[in-house]
Design a protein around this ligand. Structure first.
Ligand code: IMP
Ligand code: MG
Length: 191
């Protein structure tokens, strides 16, 4: 159910999909699962894919911290390649690690997995180049119908259809990132 609050912030070209209350409920559910999966770990090592996953990562980490108050280290990186609605398929990692990923069990926090190319590149880099022992992925949203490369996602918030979504950190060429809810952008090609 989409709550009243979304109407207050409504943009004419955006069809509300998840209200901020709904988002916080499912982020909380994901936090439980992450805590369970990383139960025996005395520290957590995260990789947040900016800028889209910023709000998700912040809220997920807060929810995790309530239940599993161990030190957390977060590498806030960017994996650019995206222009408009189509991924170009060439990626690189921008940003450094505040910890050494070698030999560690990492949790990647991503806003949305679409074709899977970005996540496939990132997971491979983290393992092969940075020497991570394991990489698990938490994605707020998943668009399985768009998948080109098969990537494992261990913690998924919601599966959505093949639509372009914005809000709660996710943008369309820099727009709509700050919306507190998630909505479908109608006709992004016409903007
Ligand atoms: P992928 O490599 O095609 O899986 O997608 C990589 C990135 O594209 C995602 O992490 C998002 O940052 C961005 N992206 C894909 N779909 C959407 C969308 O519907 N809205 C906003 N960003 C998107
Ligand atoms: Mg992203």
């Amino acid at each position: 159910m989409v709550l009243q609050e979304t109407a207050v912030h409504a943009e004419p070209r955006i069809r509300p999909l998840f209200s901020s209350n709904e988002i916080h409920e499912f982020v909380d559910g994901l936090a439980w699962k992450v805590v369970k999966a990383f139960e025996g770990h005395p520290e957590l090592y995260l990789v947040t894919v900016l800028s889209g996953a910023g709000p998700f990562s912040r809220d997920l980490q807060q929810a995790i911290a309530h239940r599993h108050p161990v030190p957390r280290y977060d590498a806030r990186i960017r994996v650019p390649s995206y222009e408009g609605c189509e991924s170009t398929g060439t990626h690189r990692i921008i940003g450094g690690f505040p910890y050494d990923p070698a030999g560690r069990d990492l949790l990647v926090v991503e806003d949305i997995v679409d074709s899977g190319r970005c996540m496939d590149f990132l997971v491979n880099e983290l393992v092969r180049k940075f020497g991570a022992r394991s990489v698990q992925v938490a994605a707020l949203l998943n668009k399985p119908s768009r998948r080109v490369v098969d990537v494992p996602i261990h913690f998924i918030g919601f599966e959505i259809p093949d639509e372009f979504v914005v809000g709660y950190g996710m943008d369309f060429n820099g727009q709509f990132r700050e919306l507190p809810y998630i909505g479908i952008l109608e006709n992004p090609d016409e903007l």
